[in-house]
Design a protein around this ligand. Structure first.
Ligand SMILES: [Zn+2]
Length: 408
């Protein structure tokens, strides 16, 4: 990214001095490479460093390194051009010089960039364009190498390089299955089923109700109506919830070196999932926030941390007993515990979301036995949104929970 800054005369002259000597070193380095048929940085540096150090006593020594690197790159690309028969000179020509900087030669901070010059440092204070902030705020890192070029009229063109620090995915030691639902997200933490309330459906319906009450009988072009609608900020609030939840889940997986297991596609289509919502637009909106968007947030975050994600086939994950492989019967009308079913063979009770969790792990290739008949399998630990939204980690919530359990 190019940053243009107009600087004062003293700064410009100090940089000009560096540029002049850098060019001299670069020329020597290229000549050495050509004479000795060397293009590698190490060979060029070994060949000229001592002599250049003598010639340029006040120049920070790292400029000799970066000039050798610069020479090595130029010689390399010159070689390639020559092989293709597209070079018109017998040596690479140095017309424009862009001075290369390494981490010793410059320091970045938001209010000023410092650059090493002869006998000291100079500071430049660029104004950052919008695109800069977009990268900077999105977690891109500023590379340790940078460049500058001098333009006319005391203008410095400074190049910063952004790089994405993508960690390598690790070999997972365990699995954390995550099941997405319209009002909650459930997962296994240390093989304990936990249900995090999200109330996505309830929140979406609540916003819909308020939106209706604002717009009923009024035009949406009305300024007052528009202002009120804007203040609802439904999208922002729901994004905050998803972002925080994805962060908690991914960090938990990262800490325990686990892979996250998700359903490839939700087992229920939007039509089926929120049956009781008549409005098809609204149904789709709930579906998107609770499933597709939540899933994307988790995958996105996982990529950032290098956490592997396994996507598995979603069919029948909540209706087949993970122990006996037979059907789990849920009461057709829901009854007083609509999400709890009974295994047809073993007659043990299962919470719908917990069944899904064990099946997801099995499908991801986990062979460890499923705990049978534990209380948690039909009565998972429920964490309220107000609790997890404020928590530092899922681990910290679970530890508190354990303490309370032990006291009881
Ligand atoms: Zn069973």
């Amino acid at each position: 990214m190019k940053l243009r800054v107009r600087v004062d005369y003293a700064t410009y002259s100090a940089l000009k001095e560096v540029e002049k000597e850098y060019r001299e070193v670069l020329d020597d380095a290229i000549n050495y490479g050509l004479v000795n048929k060397a293009t590698s940085f190490t060979r060029i540096k070994a060949g000229i460093y001592r002599e250049e150090r003598e010639k340029h006593k006040d120049l920070p020594s790292h400029y000799i390194y970066t000039a050798c690197e610069d020479a090595s790159e130029r010689l390399d690309s010159f070689e390639k051009l020559k092989k293709k028969g597209r070079s018109y000179t017998d040596k690479p020509s140095v017309r424009k010089v862009t001075v290369h900087l390494d981490d010793h030669l410059w320091k970045f901070s938001l209010d000023k960039i410092s650059i090493a010059v002869k006998r000291g440092r100079v500071f430049i204070s660029p104004t950052f364009p919008k695109i800069f902030w977009r990268y900077y705020n999105k977690g891109w890192l500023i590379a340790s190498e940078a460049r500058f070029k001098l333009l006319k009229r005391n203008v410095v063109e400074f190049y910063v390089i952004f790089k994405k620090d993508e960690p390598k995915p690790y070999e997972p030691k365990a699995f954390i299955p995550v099941d997405l639902n319209e009002n909650s997200v459930s997962l296994l933490i240390n093989s304990k089923p936990v249900l995090l309330e999200t109330n996505t459906k309830r929140i979406t319906l609540g916003y819909e109700y308020r939106r209706k009450s604002i717009t009923t009988g009024k035009s949406t072009k009305d300024r007052e109506v528009r202002r009120k609608l804007k203040r609802l900020r439904e999208g922002d609030k729901k994004v905050d919830i998803r972002r925080k939840l994805a962060k908690l889940i991914v960090e938990e997986a990262f800490e325990s070196r686990s892979a996250i297991v998700l359903e490839d596609l939700p087992r229920r289509t939007p039509e089926h999932m929120v049956k009781d919502v008549k409005d098809s637009q609204l149904r789709l909106r709930i579906y998107r926030s609770a499933f597709s968007s939540m899933k994307n947030f988790i995958i996105e975050k996982a990529r950032e941390f290098g956490v592997p994600v396994v996507l598995v086939n979603p069919s029948y994950t909540s209706t087949v007993c993970p122990v006996h492989g037979c059907k789990i019967a849920y009461q057709p009308d829901g009854g007083n515990a609509p999400r709890v079913g009974v295994c047809e063979k073993g007659e043990e009770k299962w919470h719908r979301d917990v069944v899904a969790l064990y099946n997801l792990t099995k499908r991801a290739g986990d062979v460890s036995p499923v705990p049978l008949g534990s209380k948690e399998s039909h009565d998972p630990y429920v964490i309220k949104m107000s609790v997890w939204l404020r928590a530092k980690s899922l681990h910290s919530i679970m530890n508190k929970h354990k303490m309370i359990e032990m006291k009881v």
